[in-house]
Design a protein around this ligand. Structure first.
Ligand SMILES: CCCCCCCCCCCCCC(=O)SCCNC(=O)CCNC(=O)[C@H](O)C(C)(C)COP(=O)(O)OP(=O)(O)OC[C@H]1O[C@@H](n2cnc3c(N)ncnc32)[C@H](O)[C@@H]1OP(=O)(O)O
Length: 138
């Protein structure tokens, strides 16, 4: 098990310590299994309408936990594709869990699935992403 906490000098909206508007998320994961996860209480400024999270922020969270699957393994890369299935509203009045896992990789191409769950374990949104990694040789 590994933990990635926000670092100074990193202004990433999701995980950096130096973004005053950022979420400053801490992630946990298993590099060998290719997993990453976090739990947090979404701030209300992520709202879209009513008490629901904005769809763009849902995409951001899925992208973020997907990228952390790679960070856990010491890999650096960027999102090439992100396909999202919005299944239920992400309610802003309770905590959410983000989970990501590596499906497979072919050289620099890494295919990663992710999801957002509520405390009852309901899947609210899911994604499949293709990340292009810059520092892999296999
Ligand atoms: C310099 C290092 C910086 C590192 C920073 C790390 C920060 C991390 C921050 C993380 C923050 C969180 C994350 C963020 O938010 S990252 C921010 C959002 N992402 C970006 O800004 C990335 C923008 N895109 C690019 O820069 C380029 O597209 C890159 C560099 C990624 C690749 O451009 P390149 O010209 O090299 O390649 P390509 O695009 O022609 O194609 C690539 C390959 O993919 C294959 N393909 C395409 N579609 C599919 C498909 N559906 N199923 C299967 N395969 C598919 C395609 O056939 C090809 O395969 P192959 O021909 O190679 O075999």
């Amino acid at each position: 098990m590994k933990t990635l906490a926000p670092k100074t000098g990193n202004s990433c909206f999701g995980c950096g310590a130096d973004n005053p508007l950022g979420l400053k998320l801490t992630f946990h994961g298993d590099p060998e299994k290719g997993t990453a996860w976090t739990e947090f209480l979404p701030p209300h400024f992520l709202a879209g309408g009513a008490n629901m999270m904005h769809g763009g922020f849902i995409a951001l969270l899925l992208d973020e936990v997907s990228s952390k699957v790679l960070s856990m393994q010491g890999k650096r890369g960027v999102t090439r594709n992100l396909e999202i299935s919005y299944q239920k509203p992400v309610n802003l009045s309770g905590p959410v869990r983000l989970e990501g896992s590596l499906i497979r990789h072919e050289g620099r191409k890494h295919f990663i699935k992710a999801r957002i769950l509520n405390p009852g374990g309901d899947v609210l949104a899911e994604s499949e992403a293709l990340f292009l990694v810059f520092n892999t040789s296999s």
